[in-house]
Design a protein around this ligand. Structure first.
Ligand code: NDP
Length: 256
């Protein structure tokens, strides 16, 4: 299998998933493939023509474009509007799947972070945030407040989630967590040392949990400040760990 993206050197999936294939006794190896956006269409045709390529992970900037290129979509990928794993099905077709949300939830549960019955403050409204919002509601979160720099996107995300579940579980709002909230940074802020904080760290209090999507650095400045305030913290690295286990099982189900 491959992992496609641009840039690609930062991709953590190959190192994380290859030992899982070995553990499962599967003759599968994952390699990073540098695919610039301008070449995606041509390379996609080439990937499909390689009979021993069982699928590939997808990272930035191809997750949305891949929706159009897949032969079919899993309902979760269709709902989120982004694909992060393509699997070659038995008939040779490429089907798009989405593991960001499930991986995030799996990472939380593996570390015994409570989701059920919790109010969530979701900061960010990009592709990762959409996937996470759906997965958290599915996992039993009581409410989701979406806060984003571009307010229209927060409102659109809340509407999409409410339409998906047929009830008013999500709303757009300010980045001010309620007592006991599960706070999620689903923005890209924290990747670079010079980034601003995604929200005011002073609002994070004991009893809350702060979960990151940023995996590199493993401890973001916001995570460090939250830990200092006595808040339960959860690194973005667990989202990767949560995902690769699910993805390895998914690929091995057909090709292991
Ligand atoms: P998108 O580009 O779709 O969304 C980016 C989000 O960050 C938007 O909400 C955007 O706000 C916000 N943002 C970006 N810059 C700023 C800024 N300067 N100030 C305020 N808000 C800002 O990206 P994704 O949703 O796909 O990914 C988000 C992050 O999640 C990335 O860092 C990615 O690496 C990480 N990720 C981690 C995974 C893991 O396994 N750990 C898996 C998937 C993603 P606006 O809408 O206003 O532009």
């Amino acid at each position: 299998m491959g992992v496609i993206g641009d840039p690609i050197t930062q991709a953590k999936t190959p190192a994380a998933i290859n030992p899982l294939f070995a553990e499962r006794g599967a003759d599968i190896a994952c390699v990073p493939l540098h695919v610039p956006a301008s070449d995606l269409h041509n390379i996609w045709v080439g990937l499909k023509a390689m009979p021993n390529l069982i699928g590939f992970g997808i990272t930035l900037p191809h997750k949305q474009t891949a929706v159009e290129l897949c032969d079919s979509l899993d309902p979760v990928a269709a709902r989120v509007g982004a694909v992060n794993v393509v699997r070659r099905e038995r008939d040779g077709s490429f089907r798009g799947y989405q593991f960001d949300g499930k991986g995030f939830v799996s990472g939380l549960l593996a570390k015994h972070v409570v989701i059920e019955g919790r109010d969530v403050l979701l900061v960010g409204a990009g592709g990762a945030a959409v996937a996470i919002a759906f997965a958290l509601v599915e996992a039993g979160a009581r409410s989701i407040t979406v806060s984003n720099r571009t307010v229209d996107k927060a409102e659109a995300l809340a509407e999409t989630v409410n339409a998906g579940f047929g009830r008013g579980v999500a709303k757009a709002g300010r980045a001010e967590p309620q007592a006991g909230a599960l706070v999620v940074n689903a923005t890209s802020l924290g990747l670079k040392e010079t980034d601003a904080l995604p929200l005011d760290a002073g609002l994070l209090q004991p009893g809350m949990t702060l979960a990151e999507v940023i995996a590199q650095p493993e401890t973001t400045p916001l995570l460090a400040l939250a830990a200092k305030n006595g808040v339960q913290v959860h690194s973005g690295i667990h989202m990767i760990t949560g995902q690769v286990g699910l993805i390895a099982d998914h690929l091995c189900e057909l090709w292991g």
